[in-house]
Design a protein around this ligand. Structure first.
Ligand code: RI2
Length: 326
């Protein structure tokens, strides 16, 4: 299709790349939203290539869908919700392009609907672990951790929240704004104050980017320090994670890659120069790993589980068997 002054058109490839770029630069962020965006992009792409060329063969369709899947999965390496979503959506009968395309579109819609419903269910289930008068600490901006907190608030429980600002991208500001707008008393703290305030906290609730076979949880950098401080203070540490954030590849011994992002997020080149830090190495891992022994409960849309039950969820609920190994 050609762009003219009167109509701005774009190709299915350009549309998919636009979503991939948004995930990469974190315009689209949060493990659930990333997964929903990838699912939607795959559905739109299948629809687009089928509409663009009715003579496309099933082999050509498959090649294009494989390109789309690889493009999306390569954007951010840690949140397993992304490859899980792509794997779930990008399965279709290798019969006709019409049937394949319709299957991808249907599965994309179903995944997005399931993901939104899962967040609601996690809120309903998780809020039962919050008592009236509780103070909850959280980090980053997890839509499902917020779903639990909001569900407790909407159930009439008198709660307050301590939100860690979450350097370097300060997603904690989003959490503080969302919860205070709902009328929940919120305190915003610097991340390094987490242990100091832990004595005022009744429980910690975080999200997850990945849950491994051992029940370890990969989440925003700083999460493991909250878990350590909660463990020291004998406070419950609860993780909110949909089942599609559990990591099948870890069954076969794979590690979850911890994304290392640009140093510019931590300190700008001008600041480096002005502060005489030119010979200093700036490290910026976006996530860390919390061992299962510091996690009391994982709240999923199918119920609450101890970290040790992770394999059951991967095997029984994600329907993942050893022979699925790539
Ligand atoms: P939900 C986010 O990562 C945070 O680590 C958050 O806890 C996790 O994804 C899960 O978010 P980033 O996208 O899926 O901010 O619970 O790097 O919204």
């Amino acid at each position: 299709m050609t762009d003219t002054a009167s109509t701005i058109t774009t190709t299915p490839e350009a549309q998919l790349k636009s979503v991939a770029h948004g995930i990469e630069d974190m315009t689209i962020r949060g493990a659930a939203i990333i997964a929903q965006a990838a699912a939607g992009a795959l559905g739109a792409y299948a629809r687009g290539i089928w509409a663009e060329c009715a003579t496309i063969t099933i082999e050509e369709f498959q090649q294009k869908m494989d390109w789309a899947a690889t493009t999306l999965v390569s954007t951010r390496p840690t949140a397993v919700s992304l490859p899980n979503a792509v794997r779930i959506v990008n399965r279709y009968p290798k019969t006709t392009v019409a049937e394949a395309s319709e299957t991808v579109i249907k599965q994309a819609d179903e995944f997005i609907s399931h993901s939104k419903d899962a967040a609601r269910r996690i809120g309903q289930i998780g809020q039962k672990r919050i008592r009236n008068g509780d103070t909850i600490m959280t980090i980053c901006n997890s839509s499902v951790a917020i779903s639990i907190i909001m569900a407790a608030h909407n159930a009439g429980k008198n709660i307050s929240v301590i939100a860690c600002e979450t350097r370097p991208r300060l997603q904690g500001h989003i959490t503080a704004a969302q919860l205070s707008a709902a009328g929940i008393p919120v305190s915003l703290i610097v991340d390094s104050a987490a242990r100091t305030f832990m004595k005022e906290v009744d429980l910690v609730i975080t999200g997850a980017d990945a849950v491994t076979i051992t029940g370890a949880v990969v989440n925003k950098i700083g999460t493991s320090q909250l878990a350590l401080a909660a463990h020291e203070s004998r406070k419950n540490f609860i993780v909110a994670a949909e089942t599609y954030k559990f990591a099948p590849a870890t069954v076969m011994g794979d590690y979850i890659e911890i994304e290392e992002r640009s140093a510019n997020e931590v300190i700008t080149p001008d600041e480096i120069k002005a502060k005489g830090l030119s010979n200093v190495t700036i490290r910026n891992p976006a996530f860390d790993v919390t061992p299962p022994e510091y996690i009391d409960l994982i709240v999923t849309e199918i119920g609450v589980f101890p970290p040790a039950m992770s394999y059951r969820i991967i095997h029984d609920h994600l329907g993942w068997d050893l022979e699925d190994t790539e």
